[in-house]
Ligand binder design. Structure first.
Ligand SMILES: *Cc1c(COP(=O)(O)O)cnc(C)c1O
Length: 221
């Protein structure tokens, strides 16, 4: 059995090698540890190994974990799962960064929660991708609306390519996302998961969202 320190070292090594191939500084790539479904003990162990950024998918699940991790100084929790607008004020309370904003309505609800939030906009680049996400055509209006919200700081774009065991199939999605971000002068790209984060880094990712490669397979309840 591999331990978390081993897996973390292996992931960091993979990040470093991918960055090196495209002459990027690995320090500019955030490793977001995805702890959805896993118990709080996993967050604590990762924190003790120096990780500070954690990704969760479900507002309700994290609501039960949050009181147990409130003592972890400097830890930042990111919502990376789809957010319904009726959960927006709870999400604004629990998370520092929301990666999945995909509508003006949701952005305004988050702004009205009255807390400072960092945001990424989730983009759906093809019909094969999950249902959520704004289309590239919707982005200009969405970006303008978010920039007008004084509690929201827009960091960049996020996407999730259709699942595949060939990471090269993710590359065109990552490339499209980077081009969109450049077009809109957005500095950050949340892209790449356990199976394809090296390709994402080669295409400019600034935040890789890694669960399985750090914590092992999730046994979904
Ligand atoms: C679960 C999840 C991840 C992590 O996936 P792994 O393949 O376990 O690394 C990343 N991003 C999102 C949006 C997820 O839902």
């Amino acid at each position: 059995m591999q331990t978390l320190p081993d897996r973390l070292a292996a992931v960091r090594e993979r990040i470093a090698r991918a960055a090196e191939r495209v002459r990027r500084d690995p320090a500019q790539i955030l490793l977001l540890a995805v702890t959805k479904v896993f118990p709080v003990s996993f967050i604590r162990e990762a924190y003790d190994l120096g990780l500070r950024d954690f990704g969760e998918n479900y507002v309700q699940e994290f609501e039960t974990k949050a009181p147990q991790v409130s003592g972890l100084q400097g830890a930042r929790f990111h919502l990376i799962g789809h957010l319904q607008s009726n959960k927006s004020s709870k999400a604004a309370e629990l998370f520092a960064v929301i990666h999945t904003v995909d509508s003006i309505r949701l952005a305004r609800r988050l702004n009205e929660a009255g807390r400072s939030l960092d945001l990424m906009l989730e983009v759906k680049l093809s019909p094969e991708q999950a249902k959520s996400g704004a289309t590239p055509e919707e982005l200009p209006e969405l970006i303008a609306a978010v920039r007008a919200c004084h509690n929201l700081r827009l960091l960049g774009l996020m996407t999730m390519p259709p699942w595949s065991d060939d990471p090269e199939l993710s590359r065109p999605y990552f490339r499209d996302l980077r081009e969109l971000a450049e077009r809109h002068a957005l500095p950050q790209l949340s892209m790449g998961m356990s199976g394809d984060f090296e390709v994402a880094i080669e295409e400019g990712s600034t935040c890789v969202r890694v669960g399985t490669a750090l914590f092992g397979k999730r046994i979904k309840a």
